[in-house]
Design a protein around this ligand. Structure first.
Ligand SMILES: Nc1ncnc2c1ncn2[C@@H]1O[C@H](COP(=O)(O)OP(=O)(O)OP(=O)(O)O)[C@@H](O)[C@H]1O
Length: 259
């Protein structure tokens, strides 16, 4: 059985101020296996975030349904961990308290939740920063904290919407390695939206390409590169061939979106 079933899910946003309704997403279907790492690529405005937000329960679908472990998704829940591009930490809480936040909501006793949060801080490389506040952290460190906060809850699926989009290239590359390392060790089910083709191939086990708005899935490409994947894999002929193929797929869609 698939971990996540996206069954003919579509979205039309209602008209605003006398305008036309906006179809953001054509009915879209996708099955995500347990422990899969799926990256979603597509031109701006094709509905990637909308699809992720529907899975997260932050937006309702106009048609179709989402099943997580066979149960229909209706609204947000702790079984889905979300990380956004913009920094969303609580400024009045330390790194450790931020990571422990969801566990507090779940009623996990304080000693246990602080231990889990510290363990996750170590796993994302923030062991020396547990008592820092978000404003004392770089963007990369804030996103490490946000990823740890999402994972500390032990969600069934991790939903990441351009999590590294605001970071500089060097930091972004380190964050990709950190996330991939966590996935290689802990085998989480992940859906990851990105604009970056290289990033999509490097971290993903499948790359799903969406068409221009209104989006639908136009390609679903298995990434059979071995694990563990060192960053040097990005210069291998296999990686470069995948990149060339995806550049062509995306280019056609970007042109269609902005003729
Ligand atoms: N609340 C809303 N009301 C009306 N239209 C919306 C709303 N949210 C998104 N849209 C429209 O739906 C389409 C898809 O948006 P979405 O943010 O899902 O695309 P995206 O692929 O994630 O884009 P980007 O890569 O730029 O983040 C866009 O045309 C957008 O303007």
């Amino acid at each position: 059985m698939s971990k996540l079933v996206i069954d003919k899910v579509g979205k039309v946003f209602p008209a605003q101020r006398g305008g036309e309704p906006t179809r953001a997403l054509m009915p879209t279907s996708l099955n995500v296996a347990d422990n899969d790492f799926i990256t979603i690529l597509g031109p701006s405005g094709c509905g990637k975030s909308t699809l992720l937000r529907i899975i997260g329960g932050l937006e309702t679908a106009s048609e179709g349904r989402i099943l997580l472990d066979g149960a229909p998704v209706a609204g947000p829940g702790a079984d889905r961990g979300f990380v956004f591009q913009s920094y969303t930490l609580f400024p009045w809480l330390t790194v450790q308290q931020n990571i422990a936040f969801g566990l507090r909501e779940k009623g996990v006793p304080v000693a246990e939740r602080m231990k889990i949060a510290r363990d996750w801080a170590v796993r994302v490389g923030l062991s020396s920063f547990v008592d820092h506040f978000p404003k004392q952290l770089s963007g990369g460190m804030q996103q490490r904290t946000a990823i740890a906060r999402a994972l500390a809850n032990d969600p069934k699926i991790l939903l990441l919407d351009e999590p590294f989009g605001a970071l500089d290239n060097q930091t972004r590359a380190l964050m990709q390695e950190m996330l991939l390392g966590i996935w290689e060790r802990e085998r989480k089910t992940v859906l990851f939206v990105t604009h970056d083709i290289e990033e999509a191939i490097f971290v993903g086990s499948r790359v799903v390409v969406m068409s221009a708005r209104p989006g639908r899935i136009k390609a679903d490409i298995a990434i059979d590169l071995p694990h563990p994947r060192p960053y040097t894999i990005k210069t291998t002929p296999e990686f470069v061939a995948l990149k060339e193929r995806l550049v062509e797929e995306i280019r056609a869609e970007v042109i269609a979106a902005d003729p």
